[in-house]
Design a protein around this ligand. Sequence first.
Ligand SMILES: Cc1cc2nc3c(=O)[nH]c(=O)nc-3n(C[C@H](O)[C@H](O)[C@H](O)COP(=O)(O)O)c2cc1C
Length: 187
Amino acid sequence: MQSLDDVLADAFRRLSRGVADRRSAFRSPALATVGADGWPQVRTVVLRGFDAAVRLVTVHSDLRAAKVTALRSDPAVALHVWDDGAQIQVRLDGIATISAGDELARAEWARLHAGSRAAYRSRPSPASPVADPAEIPRMDEDAAFAQFAVLRIRVDRLDWLHLGREGQRRAGFSWRDDILEQRWLAP
Ligand SMILES: Cc1cc2nc3c(=O)[nH]c(=O)nc-3n(C[C@H](O)[C@H](O)[C@H](O)COP(=O)(O)O)c2cc1C
């Protein structure tokens, strides 16, 4: 039988693979935040980095996006992945920090393909009304970089659920001061 250590190692491997493998379900998790009005918000993001040693997830966004505004008032986030092939759901909770215009943002920006950078060249802020979706005014790359945000999420809790032939298995992992607590849970 798979041990709790094996489960966690497998979840971390899948997260790492999600960064590199476009076909992995872990490539595009759902990221949930809480708005300043207390309302939950959720959207798909691309997993840009995962450092298992320090449990850090990296995501990119536009500094003007609602999710970044939400994080300024409440940095608590949840990430959700359903891997249909593996029949595994992974949910992560953590605290996000926002970096923009600094060394970290510059390094992440440099790693992006031109196509990905282009996503940050919209002059109107995300979610502002536009007359024609095919004619959105664009900024140059320097101005786009000023809008580029790197979100880093320190994972404090991981909830794992596997739908197996023999039934469901669930496990919970949490870290306090980097001390791991892990246990099997009733699904
Ligand atoms: C497959 C996919 C990947 C996406 N990746 C990102 C991403 O990495 N960062 C991001 O800010 N938005 C990404 N988006 C767009 C978001 O889902 C969302 O529509 C947008 O960021 C605005 O969200 P907000 O208003 O809640 O901030 C992605 C959307 C899809 C469908």
